[in-house]
Design a protein around this ligand. Sequence first.
Ligand code: SF4
Length: 365
Amino acid sequence: MVKQDREPGKTARLRRQLLEWYARNRRDLPWRRSPDPYAIWVAEIMLQQTRVAVVVERYQAFLARFPTLVSLALAPEEDVLALWSGLGYYRRARMLHKAAQFVANQHQGNLPASAAELRTLPGIGAYTAAAIASIAHGEVVPVVDGNVERVLCRLEGWEFGSRAGGATLKRRIEELAAQLVDPAQPGEFNQALMELGATVCLPRNPQCLVCPVAPDCKTQGEHKTAPRPRMLSREVAHALSVRTGRQPGQANREVLLEQRAASLTVMPGLWELPALGDTAVPEDQLRMTVRHAIMQVNYYVRIRTVFEDDVEAMTVAGGERRWVPLGEAAGVALTGLARKVLTRAHLLSGAALDAIAPQTEDDVV
Ligand code: SF4
């Protein structure tokens, strides 16, 4: 039972203002067009830590290849990772795949409906469970993501930041979210609150003048926000080595890829361009430079064209290496950086590439 310490009239007004605003201003996003719990689940997992613009493209390609939970469960992990390429944080793809297999085996392919049952599945936490249960099944449970935390803290004048208040603040936020969620339209309300945080109550520049809940907001832009974490910089260099294919009668070209070790914590098992031993690439040997952000690190990447005969001497030995026909490379589980470089070099082709839009330089993967 949720402790009710807000004025009922104030809560009702906030719900009404927020839902009316959402009906007029919601973005037309592909996952909002489907009531299918599986499709909502895929979107919610992708949206964790990846920007909406990137998710829109990958989501449609992913669902085109895996339209049902069972089709995902039956797919080889390598195919799932290949479709995840560019979204980053590949652990999410592996957990989604495992959970789909679990549901296919233990629940006859049907996702449980309640948030409590959903939480028992591998890789589904409180946020994802509440999002699926409220949006797909109308369960009255609050959804609390980073956007909702920020909005509610500003509404109440609570200091918001990564460590401010700790567990006590988190509990207060969850209690408030549970009080506010609209029992008549919990899915719409939860999406409206998240949408407000994503498009109006922005981290650095809240648009209070157009905010539908401004009359109920105690801070209206005058708030304390934790400073943005500092990005680190790192310089790296990779070899782009392309040769004529060895298959008789084939004019296919092949690119040299290297598999990251399965024991690595970041992107284990994915394929990348071999690393150069020397990051100082002479200007006349430089194929391209790319900035690539992973978590809190900006990588300044130099790409050097390396002939097949020079690969061994110039690169650092890592995992297994394979010459992959360029026509097949788009379907390989590439790292985001490898996909970005091959795309910019116009070396990716085929249906898998058509399904996956190129990223911008600032994509965080
Ligand atoms: S009034 Fe401003 S600070 Fe308050 S919820 Fe709206 S956008 Fe956020």
